[in-house]
Ligand binder design. Structure first.
Ligand code: HEC
Length: 176
């Protein structure tokens, strides 16, 4: 059948990617007793609390501070984990998995994010009890290709191995 390639707008494509493979709402949409609270889609929630960090996925609806970010800022945040002020977005935001998104797809995600209902709420700020910024600072040097080191390996080290080591290090360092 001809003509079945129904034109898909960027927003539709973005909705499809966000709700599907990218799964942004899995972390960013609040959960209530009956599951995801879709009236507050992408309004933020506590994602993970462990010894190494308390990770809170922020509100990323147009009611949040990202409303003032330019499209290219959001693209960089999604693909590189960097905010406009240059600070790093912490784990478990999986930007290493989004790094390969094409310009078309990442721009579609941004277009969709601009259309979700604005929720005017602020969730608390994440707390990282590991020296997260220096670790990622090192990662950035490596990623910017001074050495040919696989950033994904480093990412696993920073998000899983170092946190797992933390209690042991603390036990080693405690003097009683
Ligand atoms: C596995 C959980 C997870 C998934 C999936 C996820 N995020 Fe995040 N995201 C986070 C966490 C946690 C933070 C906050 C980290 C911090 O506090 O440094 C974050 C931060 C952000 C920020 C920075 C917001 C700000 O105000 O600083 C943006 C933008 C963002 N995510 C967009 C997205 C988009 C778009 C997707 C889907 C393409 C996505 N995230 C998928 C967990 C996730």
């Amino acid at each position: 059948m001809t003509g079945n390639a129904i034109a898909q707008t960027a927003v539709e494509r973005g909705e499809y990617i966000v709700g599907g493979i990218a799964g942004c709402g899995n972390c960013h949409t609040p959960i209530g007793p009956d599951g995801f609270i879709m009236e507050q889609e992408l309004a933020g929630r506590l994602v993970e609390k462990n010894e190494a960090f308390t990770a809170i996925a922020p509100n990323i609806t147009p009611g949040s501070r990202i409303a003032s970010w330019r499209d290219e800022d959001l693209v960089r945040a999604i693909r590189e984990g960097l905010r406009p002020d240059g600070s790093l977005i912490g784990p478990p935001m999986p930007f290493t998995q989004y790094r390969g998104l094409s310009d078309t797809d990442v721009n579609a995600i941004v277009a969709f994010l601009r259309t979700v209902p604005a929720v005017e709420s602020t969730v608390a700020v994440s707390e990282y009890r590991i020296p997260w910024q220096p670790i990622v600072g090192m990662r950035n040097r490596l990623v910017h290709a001074y050495f040919d080191i696989d950033a994904d390996i480093l990412w696993v080290a920073a998000t899983q191995e170092v946190p797992a080591l933390l209690p042991k290090l603390q036990a080693l360092m405690s003097v009683d």
